[in-house]
Design a protein around this ligand. Structure first.
Ligand SMILES: Nc1ncnc2c1ncn2[C@@H]1O[C@H](COP(=O)(O)OP(=O)(O)OP(=O)(O)O)[C@@H](O)[C@H]1O
Ligand SMILES: [Mg+2]
Length: 228
């Protein structure tokens, strides 16, 4: 097993009226290594909230989160930063590529934060391999403004995979694409995760995109319910 969420709850309070909205309610979830799952559910049901907790960008109000036998909620902020950098790959709907850097530099960006001296030559080699697999090797020296939406998405996938993360988190990675491209990017995520040995959690509005994953969960009334 790669990770386990146990009775995770998360609420937001609006300061004006002091209203409380319970988004996640005693949610349980388990994910195996190299497993891909999709999470679906209507706007505002808490999908991004859940992904932020899984990616250690946010903390729940209660519950436990064990990742690779580590208790994530007990970690200090520097430990969490290291956890995010080394264990998690993020793909967001807006790709957040840095406009002043080339495709190659954007993909290599997450490796700069790694303190241990992974040798540069093997990193370059791995980057080339990823670009080849994703069909973006000819774009290496281009800048983000010169790319199409689908190409940018593939660069983001390469960047998310460069540190060989145990877990790939994708929040509506296909939201801005047409149907054919959306399915292609979903295939790419599922296949890249499989090929590079990462687990994948992909949030999507599209049932067709979701069906590319091994399992589909609906986030409903604060809990994840497997769809069969
Ligand atoms: N920082 C915050 N403060 C207050 N309420 C918040 C905050 N973040 C999210 N919410 C509320 O929590 C609920 C869940 O938000 P979340 O972003 O997780 O939904 P989502 O399922 O990702 O929606 P979408 O599909 O539209 O992206 C929403 O009702 C939202 O308004
Ligand atoms: Mg969201």
């Amino acid at each position: 097993m790669l990770l386990k969420l146990n009775t995770i709850s998360k609420s937001y309070t609006w300061s004006a009226e002091n209203k409380v909205r319970e988004v996640l309610i005693k949610l349980d979830f388990e994910l195996n290594s190299a497993q891909s799952v999709a999470v679906i559910g209507p706007s505002g049901c808490g999908k991004s909230t859940l992904l932020n907790i899984l990616g250690a960008l946010d903390k729940p109000d209660s519950g436990t989160y064990v990742f690779n036998n580590e208790d994530i909620l007990r970690k200090t902020e520097p430990e969490l930063a290291n956890f995010r950098n080394t264990k998690i790959g993020f793909v967001f709907q807006q790709h957040h590529l840095l406009p002043q850097l080339t495709v190659y530099e954007n993909i290599m960006l997450p490796t700069l934060a790694k303190k241990n001296g992974t040798n540069q030559q093997s990193l370059n080699q791995y980057c080339s391999e990823l670009m080849l697999q994703l069909g973006i090797e000819t774009l290496k020296l281009k800048r983000p403004a010169q790319l199409s939406g689908g190409e940018s998405q593939r660069v983001t996938v390469a960047r998310a995979l460069i540190n060989k993360p145990l877990l790939l988190l994708a929040d509506e990675p296909t939201g801005s694409l047409d149907e054919a491209n959306a399915l292609a990017v979903a295939d790419l995520l599922v296949n890249s995760a499989k090929q590079f040995g990462s687990s994948l959690i992909m949030v999507t509005h599209s049932l067709q995109v979701a069906s590319k994953a091994q399992k589909v969960f609906r986030l409903q009334e604060g809990k994840l319910i497997e769809q069969k």
